[in-house]
Design a protein around this ligand. Structure first.
Ligand SMILES: Cc1cc2nc3c(=O)[nH]c(=O)nc-3n(C[C@H](O)[C@H](O)[C@H](O)COP(=O)(O)OP(=O)(O)OC[C@H]3O[C@@H](n4cnc5c(N)ncnc54)[C@H](O)[C@@H]3O)c2cc1C
Length: 238
């Protein structure tokens, strides 16, 4: 774990949806920025005098590629402090102060049982890193499911990329679920989807990522269904 503060230059900002941007960051003091898929970095944003009120963490959304660049996927929280600063003030070419990578929310060493990656909103970021890593490194797996909850088709993140990976990777299943729209895919909440798919699958592994309401409900459902705590891993955004 790297606890030193570093400078990250914003190389590119890509608008992903009406309220979510992708930020490509270059770690300026390093030739290679090493991390494991699922880890996060912490930004020190100039939004408060007290340091502990300035820190905001973001999952790394890209797969490690031996370069010194990485990607963040950030949603605007209109009544927040940090993200309005990021969306209004941060421009391409600007420098940010960050620390990391941190975290233990990473892939199992052997993916030898079915893996359910369950997320809402920008909670998809670590899973986008993981599935690209599995693809690029040709890591073996039985079945991997990304079950991604969001509101409408306008809120879908990395949709085309994940559909293309699904077409290229046998046994990778990308299941977006819309809570506020009927469409060609699944509608409703993520919970019935993983419950049904993991039924009669006692060795399944679960990774949950996002805000507390979804993560808490999923943990409770999986506990009730008899899955053991060692099978359930989670990253809470808040
Ligand atoms: C390990 C980790 C990884 C994270 N990765 C990402 C990421 O990849 N992308 C990303 O956009 N955010 C991520 N977050 C959340 C991020 O750190 C900030 O909390 C978020 O950007 C809001 O910051 P803010 O300063 O704008 O809001 P704040 O000033 O911190 O206040 C916002 C308030 O609203 C709450 N809140 C905001 N949005 C929601 C929501 N959708 N549901 C419920 N409560 C909410 C917060 O808990 C807080 O109380 C991550 C958090 C952690 C701990």
């Amino acid at each position: 774990m790297n606890m030193d503060w570093q400078t990250g230059k914003v190389i590119k900002i890509i608008k992903e949806t009406h309220n979510t941007n992708r930020y490509i960051i270059e770690a300026m003091q390093m030739d290679t920025f090493d991390f494991l898929p699922g880890q996060f970095i912490t930004l020190d944003l100039p939004i408060h005098l007290k340091k502990n009120k300035r820190l905001r963490s973001y999952s790394i959304a890209s797969a490690p590629d031996s370069s010194n660049q990485f990607e963040l996927l950030i949603s605007l929280v209109e009544d927040g402090l940090g993200t309005p600063f990021i969306f209004q003030q941060v421009k391409e070419g600007d420098e940010l102060t960050f620390r990391g990578p941190h975290g233990v929310f990473t892939l199992p060493t052997n993916i030898n049982s079915d893996l359910f990656l369950i997320c809402t909103g920008t909670g998809i970021a670590p899973f986008r890193s993981m599935i690209n890593h599995i693809y690029q490194q040709q890591i073996g797996f039985s079945n991997v499911y990304i079950i991604f909850g969001t509101r409408t088709q306008n809120d879908l993140l990395y949709y085309n990329e994940l559909r293309e990976l699904e077409n290229k990777m046998k046994n990778f299943h990308f299941i977006p679920v819309l809570s506020r729209e009927q469409w060609e895919g699944k509608s409703g909440y993520v919970h019935p989807i993983y419950m049904e798919l993991s039924h009669n699958n006692p060795n399944a592994q679960f990774m949950l990522c996002g805000w507390r309401n979804m993560v808490d409900e999923a943990r409770a459902n999986l506990n009730t269904a008899g899955f053991n705590k060692t099978q359930i891993h989670f990253e809470l955004y808040g």
